[in-house]
Design a protein around this ligand. Structure first.
Ligand code: HEM
Length: 320
């Protein structure tokens, strides 16, 4: 694995420190005495799961993002529907990776029952998915607690849409305490994983978006016909190049106008975000440092600590 040098790691730690000073401070190594093997157990399980199915890396990274943007990083995304809560967050947008999270949590419960929160499991699992798929890692703060509230309508009001332009994207990230640098750096996650055609056929039909490379559009049309109500919704890779390797390829794709969503392409429509796209495309190491720092920052959004919330036994249900 490529390791970030001491100086680069210091930069990440310094940025993360500046960021977290202004909000609820989570410690490093929260489980050092209560569950010393927690992080190792999670990492081994995540690595095994990704070895068996590489798509799980993308799913776990996206899961952490969706968790943090709706009600903060509190594992509210994981709660199943129930009689008292028929429409939880997960009913609003389909996500992959719930079974993987069940397995990771079960592995931690086997070594330390009722100790490690589902919210921390998601943060560690995203970090381990990054290290497995990108070859670099970063320290994750811990001690998040699990929330008891999960509502589908909160997803609609908090998640950015793939049809957003730059101002809406920036607004959505700003409301979560993230800036334009975070928006751009984190968008690098679209170098891995897949997307359903319905998320970007607006750029293919009736006319191809002039900001999309025409050869790329022609390729996409082979998998994604003009949308018809009730027809299947196939998937394509987020990146046509190295689709299972998390890297700065997303930015190279953006510069080449070979990205899928209106929101991806929008990053080039403002001078400040466009400049960051160019920088990240040109300098892989710079992007890694920025991505790591932004993941740490994202993992600190509106966290529950202390005696707030609970540590769930099963991530899908509130403890009885
Ligand atoms: C900037 C605003 C963002 C928008 C509008 C957005 C939107 C989307 C959409 C529409 C998909 C395709 C889902 C599907 O069709 O199944 C997707 C996939 C994905 N997104 Fe984002 N996203 C954004 C930011 C992020 C961030 C910040 C991360 C993580 C740090 C992320 C990670 C991913 C990953 C890894 C996938 C692939 C998931 C998989 O293959 O299972 N996205 N995103």
């Amino acid at each position: 694995m490529v390791k970030l040098t001491c100086v680069q790691l210091l930069m990440v730690a310094f940025q993360a420190t500046l960021i977290t000073m202004s909000s609820a401070e989570l410690p490093y190594n929260f489980y050092s005495s209560s569950c010393p093997n927690a992080e190792e157990t999670i990492k081994n399980t995540v690595y095994n799961l990704i070895d068996g199915n590489p798509s799980i890396a993308a799913a776990l990274i996206r899961m952490h993002f969706h968790d943090c943007f709706v009600m903060g990083c509190d594992a509210s995304i994981l709660l199943d529907s129930s009689n008292s809560n028929p429409q939880p967050e997960k009913s609003a947008i389909p996500l992959a990776g719930y079974e993987a999270v069940d397995k990771i949590k079960a592995a931690v419960e086997a070594v330390c029952p009722l100790t490690v929160s589902c919210a921390d499991v998601l943060a560690f699992a995203a970090r381990d998915s990054v290290s497995k798929s990108a070859g670099f890692s970063y320290h994750v703060r811990s001690g998040r607690r699990d929330g008891n509230v999960s509502k589908a309508f909160s997803v609609v009001t908090n998640m950015p849409s793939p049809f957003f332009g730059i101002e809406d994207l920036v607004g959505s990230f700003t409301r979560k305490g993230l800036n334009v640098d975070d928006l751009v750096a984190l968008s690098g996650a679209h170098s891995i994983g897949v997307a359903h055609c319905s998320g970007f056929t607006n750029r293919l039909y009736p006319e191809v978006d002039t900001t999309m490379d025409s050869a790329y559009a022609t390729d996409l049309k082979k998998t994604c016909p003009a949308p018809v109500r009730g027809a299947p919704d196939p998937v394509v890779n987020n990146s046509a190049v190295a689709p299972t390797t998390l890297s700065n390829q997303f930015f190279k794709n953006a510069v080449a106008r070979r990205v899928l969503f209106t929101s991806d392409a929008a990053l080039l429509t403002r001078n400040d975000t466009g400049a960051k796209v160019q920088e990240n495309a040109a300098d892989s190491l710079l992007w890694k440092v920025r991505f790591a720092a932004s993941m740490v920052k994202m993992g600190n959004i509106e966290v529950l600590t202390g005696t707030n919330g609970q540590v769930r036994k099963f991530c899908r249900t509130i403890n009885s």
